[in-house]
Ligand binder design. Sequence first.
Ligand SMILES: *Cc1c(COP(=O)(O)O)cnc(C)c1O
Length: 341
Amino acid sequence: MKVIDLRSDTVTKPSLEMRRAMAAAEVGDDVYGEDPTVNRLEALTAEMSGTEAALFVPSGTQGNLLALLAHCQRGDEYIAGQQAHNYRYEAGGAAVVGGIQPQPLEFSADGSLDLTLVEQFIKPADSHFARTRLLSLENTQAGKALSPQYLSAAREFADRHQLGLHLDGARAFNAAVFHKQSIADVVRPFDTASLCLSKGLGAPVGSVLCGKKELLADARRWRKMLGGGMRQAGVLAAAGIYALEKNIEGLQRDHEHAELLAEKLKQVPGLAVRREENQTNMVFLDMPIETAEKLKAHLAGKQIHIGTGQTVRLVTHLDLSMDDIERAAREMIEFFAKGKK
Ligand SMILES: *Cc1c(COP(=O)(O)O)cnc(C)c1O
């Protein structure tokens, strides 16, 4: 029986064709700037995102950290969401490595940070305070695509307050596809953006940090310091190029699959299915943790994998077909019909 893994879009495995592209990659020493495939990936990403420069990095976590280090000095502050990946889920890297203070704020229901709220937390120029330097947004945030209007407003806001603007764009391509925009439209308002190749786009490894030239030059130096300078990384970059050339359009299919999954699960009486209007490839189910544990165990017996917790996040991705989504929905509906046995 095929394994259906709904825990994350990071679980995708490189396809045979992607592996062929990796095997055929021309390589060189990228720390010397001599890997033609890495150079091609960086040039392609900069071109697609309409940015001055791009840097291939091993992970989205490193992309975010390099950006924070490039924007902020020791004693500076960045404002981010309370649930933002680069505040909550990156082991406190900005504080540990950069001496950079986070100012977390609650995200709004649509995944944005309310700019009136942000304004209240910008510190005055006074020796009591850290210097607020950067606003960091996430798009998509928990699968929710930020509106183009909000992104323009955020740019104006950052200019007015002389803040840098960073995008954690681990799933920025999902946002672009959702709004039928190009990735350049989604990235344009930002000074830096970290884009994951290893989520919905299906590459095994890697992210690209793109943005302004001077910031990227700094980021390259920090990457070396953190041990992220890779040698014949072209084998990995080739997977990234393949992902950018072949796997963006398919995100639309993932969004439709998530919509279908949500619609089917809404048939379960009393099940709290959360899927906001701007949701892309995720569905959230709220339930008591004991129920979640039982559901997870039940599904594991059917080769279907989900996470657990009071909120169960289901994520669609390119290794799942319509049939898989239907099978997963059927098994979940059956579990609830039998009274959470
Ligand atoms: C996955 C993710 C990242 C980076 O993750 P890596 O596993 O380090 O590549 C950053 N931000 C968000 C919002 C993510 O979902």
